[in-house]
Design a protein around this ligand. Structure first.
Ligand SMILES: C[S@@+](CC[C@H](N)C(=O)[O-])C[C@H]1O[C@@H](n2cnc3c(N)ncnc32)[C@H](O)[C@@H]1O
Length: 480
């Protein structure tokens, strides 16, 4: 079983299948919603010097194909029972549509989530009205109708919407479906919110000890204000703005579909105890994990993309820097051999991993025709004419063979991008001629503090595993 603070890069179905039965206290997760769109990260150049860049983070478009057919078959033959019947019925109704492909993808994973939950455990599944009604039927079949607890409505605090061209009411809420594994055993810690002023006003009388009370109820019994713990949280949650509305907060990482930590805190507080293990199998940039850490719970996060696990790492650095060395990341190359294998078998993933995890640069959206730039990093130069100025480092990743011509082209790309430093990340050692070509790019000197480095650095991935990093100035502290 994975230890506390493990981040797994991989498909959650495969990963959860390696978990033993009944080992997790709470699953709070926010999978793709079948929104029929792909999600991109828009990197703004806040200094106005470069066009914005788009990075594809993950796809939320579904198609009936071999993977869906295989999941359907497993749900029929290996899972069977009520789940099999429900899925069969849904297929009769929905046919081989994108919605059905999405639902079988979810159903097979919900079966695993149910298996690994402790009898005291709970599942919170964040979705929206696109598919929440179907997911609820599937959850009824997986968890049992009696173990449904609540449908939480998160009021997105949508702005006025007067500019929207949508014919109809403006969508203003998400849905969080809450199920427990066992109705007789589940953990629940009640959460109270402060009383409303109108309620407090009813406690007009004050006793000899200064305590406010009311006695206007039948029987005249005294009810003291300080004996009522507050308003028990209902299943309609307001006052937590989505990041679509609240764009002016440090919490925003740029990871698409990021949710506020404040939304996940009550879930964790209510449905787990201190020290309990929280899992988010679709963890994105790690909102659930940050909430769990801040509430002294253990956690495990899973996500398919290097971009997400890279973002979680940066979130840890931001909120819990003291823990950075305690995070265990699996599913990313752990040694030189694995890195080389990834470069050979999946060059795009190698590039994404190298840029986001090794260099901690922002990844470039375009994987082809990218102008020779796979990643970018900004670093502060200090104030120039009263304004904060920034330098730029760019990176290019070559997972396979490369030539002298590639180094020359990278120098040109550096000049075109007005980059101060360039990192040419490779898996094979450069020749003497290549090193000489790189050396032509001269030395970079930081204007504000003592820092010099070769402008063009050929960096071998082998060095990473020997604890050697490229020579770079301190970067800006931003999550993505
Ligand atoms: C809606 S986002 C989660 C956002 C997250 N709540 C946050 O605040 O950042 C869904 C995530 O699920 C991930 N994902 C999709 N399919 C997956 C799979 N099969 N296994 C693991 N992660 C997956 C995507 O990469 C994406 O990061």
């Amino acid at each position: 079983m994975h230890q506390n603070r493990t981040l797994i890069r991989g498909d959650n179905l495969t990963e959860m299948r390696n978990f033993p039965d009944e080992c997790v206290d709470l699953i709070a997760t926010d999978p793709p919603f079948n929104s029929k769109r792909d999600y991109f990260i828009l990197y703004h150049d806040e200094h106005g010097q470069e066009p914005d860049v788009l990075v594809k983070a993950f796809a939320d478009t579904w198609k009936w194909g071999n993977a869906a057919e295989e999941a359907y078959r497993e749900l029929q033959i290996e899972v069977g029972g009520q789940v099999g019947d429900t899925i069969e019925g849904l297929r009769k109704f929905l046919n081989e549509t994108p919605m059905m492909a999405y639902l079988v993808m979810m159903a097979i994973r919900l079966v695993e989530m149910h298996r690994i939950l402790n009898p005291t455990g709970s599942l919170y599944l964040h979705c929206d009205p696109t598919a929440s009604h179907y997911l609820k039927i599937i959850l009824d079949s997986v968890f049992g109708v009696d173990n449904f607890r609540r449908e939480i409505i998160w009021n997105l605090e949508t702005a006025s919407g007067y500019k929207s061209k949508v014919k109809g009411f403006i969508r203003g809420h998400d849905v969080i479906l809450y199920y427990v594994k066992d109705f007789d055993k589940f953990v629940f810690n009640k959460i109270y919110q402060p009383h409303k002023p109108e309620y407090i006003k009813r406690f007009k009388k004050v006793d000899e000890h200064g305590r406010h009370y009311r006695d206007d109820r039948p029987g005249g019994r005294r009810q003291y204000l300080d004996e009522t713990p507050g308003v028990a949280l209902t299943d309609v949650w307001s006052g937590i703005m989505s990041f679509q509305q609240n764009t002016n907060t440090d919490e925003i990482t740029g990871y698409p579909t990021q949710k506020p930590i404040e939304l996940y805190e009550p879930i964790i507080e209510a449905s787990s105890d201190t020290g309990g293990l929280v899992l988010d199998p679709f963890c994105g940039c790690g909102t659930t994990l940050m909430a769990a850490e801040s509430l002294d719970r253990q956690w495990i996060g899973i996500d398919l993309t290097y971009l997400a696990t890279g973002a979680v790492k940066l979130q840890i650095e931001k909120y819990f820097p003291q823990l950075l060395n305690q995070i265990k990341i699996t599913g990313t190359p752990e040694n030189e051999q694995q890195a080389l294998e990834l470069a050979r078998t999946n060059p795009f993933n190698f590039e994404e991993w190298a840029v986001t995890h090794v260099l901690k640069f922002k990844a470039n959206a375009k994987k082809v025709a990218d102008g020779g730039i796979d990643g970018t990093m900004k670093f502060p130069l200090g104030k120039i004419q009263g304004k904060q100025a920034f330098g730029t480092a760019i990176a290019q990743v070559k997972g396979g063979s490369y030539t002298l011509g590639h180094i020359r082209d990278f120098r040109t790309a550096m000049q075109d991008a007005k980059a101060d430093i360039g990192v040419f990340l490779v898996t094979k050692p450069p020749s003497q001629k290549m090193l000489a070509e790189a050396a032509k790019a001269k030395t970079y000197e930081h204007p504000s503090y003592e820092f010099t480095a070769p402008c063009l650095q050929i960096y071998q991935i082998q060095d990473y595993y020997n604890g050697i990093l490229p020579k770079l100035p301190h970067a800006e502290k931003s999550v993505l």
